[in-house]
Design a binder for this molecule. Structure first.
Ligand code: NDP
Length: 487
């Protein structure tokens, strides 16, 4: 009389996933470590609380927990990312049977997952690194789940994972096999990076409405609600509308009482680091990460504000025109961000041999996760088919969208710059777009400088690609080229 699946880690995500599994008819064993004097009674509290009356069995002994799950076992870990997962694996290995499957649902670094898949397989087990997005609510009612790792495990974990995943509007579960090794966690990392970008862009839209248009919170909430009826329809736009009209117990708007210092847990930073490692531009997400860092330097900003007086004009803007321009800036910058993110996924897929299906990934993000939105349907459609598009913004649908949006977008960025109002992500996206559509860039100067001081060589416009030249710029330099890697 064994259970269908085991779940380790009864913090907010683990508890809710266990409840979700039980609601879908699975029998679940749960386990949480007991740290004497600190975290005692976690399992009992859950079993006698939320899990009461459900098909959930609680264990405080890890061996008895493992024993309670039917073989080949499926054991999902929802514990703090990092060394906790390695420690748990070492505890579990002696207790498992050959072919058992460990699923890591935490926000693990994909390189850790690469290593863990290899380690588990070398010991005769299977390992799935599954990114889970959707927070507490998603864990309980349907998350977006991005599994990758030991391929043969998919058919066995698929029924459980798809049953607890969110369903997109066409009924497809937001959980599909991503690829081998750490690819599931890589995709989740880029999801989180895109989430950073979306949040920064929405914040800039809010800031322009507030500071240049002087809209009050109620008016701004209405604008976001309207946008949520159109192409920008998404979870983050929806909650922004709600946040703007939320009043606390004192009757005042809570948003105006929240300190402007943003926190971060690291997945945005990882996205940027990995894009850099792959030699790919991910400027919008980088800007979003750096803006959070700058926001956290509150004291510095306060004293800097005392040194420079911001010169803002008293121009009264036309509301509908400027709201239209903000819409264009937000939508176009968001497209840039997704195009950059998906390009990083494609490069990772090519570099690591993952064979990622970008259309399937876009479809998986349509429900359950924080970046869920209607326009992911259009992104999925653009990636559909055998012919891989060169770039998302060059697909027929999105290149047409960009052409429509450009005028309002550049007007808004120019206006904000003149008014000395920061719109770092809107302008980063616009600069990326201008560079992208420039057949010529000033990188010829960079190459000349590199060759001048370091003999790094250059290619010529009238030469063949891959043919490198070195110039004796000063007349007294040598002919010797640098052998340094040339990228
Ligand atoms: P936490 O990230 O706070 O993790 C707490 C859980 O990990 C507790 O059950 C804790 O046990 C356990 N744990 C910590 N160290 C160890 C260890 N050395 N050995 C065994 N167990 C350990 O909880 P969350 O529920 O927030 O997140 C779980 C995972 O899901 C994390 O990787 C997180 O990044 C990811 N995630 C979280 C989301 C969220 O919205 N919170 C969304 C998506 C993913 P104990 O009670 O004994 O301390």
């Amino acid at each position: 009389n064994k259970t269908d699946i085991g779940l380790i880690g009864l913090a907010v995500m683990g508890e809710n996933l266990a409840l979700n599994m039980a609601d879908k008819g699975w029998r679940v064993s749960v386990y949480n470590r007991t740290v004497p004097g600190i975290e005692e009674g976690v399992v009992e509290r859950f079993i006698n609380g939320h899990a009461q009356g459900k098909s959930i069995e609680g264990y405080t002994d890890i061996a008895r927990f493992v024993e309670s799950v039917a073989v080949p076992r499926k054991i999902m870990m929802m514990v703090r990312a990092g060394s906790a997962v390695d420690e748990l694996m070492e505890q579990l290995f002696p207790l498992l049977s050959p072919g058992d499957i460990l699923i890591d649902g935490g926000n693990s670094n994909y390189e850790d997952t690469n290593r863990r898949v290899a380690l588990a397989e070398a010991r005769g087990f299977r390992f799935v690194g599954a990114g889970v997005s959707g927070g507490e609510e998603g864990a309980l009612n349907g998350a977006s789940i991005m599994p990758g790792g030991s391929v043969s495990a998919w058919e066995e974990v698929k029924p459980v994972l798809q049953s607890i995943a969110a369903k997109a509007s066409d009924g497809t579960p937001c959980c599909q096999w991503v690829g081998p090794a750490g690819s599931g966690h890589f995709v989740k990392m880029i999801h989180n990076g895109i989430e950073y970008g979306d949040m920064q862009l929405i914040s800039e839209a809010y800031w322009v409405m507030k500071n240049l248009l002087k809209l009050d919170n109620g008016e701004m909430s209405s604008v976001f609600s309207q946008w949520n009826e159109g192409k920008l329809r998404s979870y983050l736009i929806e909650i922004t509308a709600n946040i703007l009209q939320h009043k606390d117990k004192s009757g005042g708007y809570l948003i105006d009482k929240i300190l402007d210092t943003a926190g971060q847990k690291g997945t945005g930073k990882w996205s940027v680091i990995n894009a850099m490692e792959l030699g790919m531009p991910l400027g919008l997400i980088a800007t979003a990460v750096f803006e959070r860092s700058l926001s956290a330097q509150k004291e510095l900003r306060k004293s800097a504000a005392g040194h420079f007086t911001c010169r803002r004009t008293e121009v009264v803007y036309n509301k509908s025109e400027m709201v239209g321009d903000i819409y264009s800036a937000l939508y176009a910058s968001k497209l840039v961000s997704y195009a950059q993110g998906f390009a990083v996924l494609q490069r990772a897929s090519d570099s690591f041999g993952w064979n990622l299906d970008l259309a399937s990934i876009a479809r998986m993000w349509r429900g359950g996760c924080i970046i869920r939105s209607i326009f992911l349907n259009d992104i999925a459609a653009s990636f559909e088919g055998n012919e891989k598009p060169q770039h998302l913004l060059l697909t027929p649908y999105f290149s047409n969208e960009m052409k429509q949006l450009l005028s309002g977008w550049k007007h808004l960025v120019a206006q904000a710059m003149k008014e000395e109002l920061p719109v770092p992500a809107f302008s980063s996206a616009l600069n990326y777009f201008y560079s992208l559509v420039s057949a010529n860039l000033p990188a010829n100067m960079i190459q000349a400088q590199r060759d001048y001081f370091g003999a790094h060589t250059f290619e010529r416009v009238d030469g063949l690609r891959g043919q490198f030249f070195h110039e004796n710029w000063t007349g007294h330099g040598g002919e010797t080229k640098s052998g340094t890697y040339n990228v």
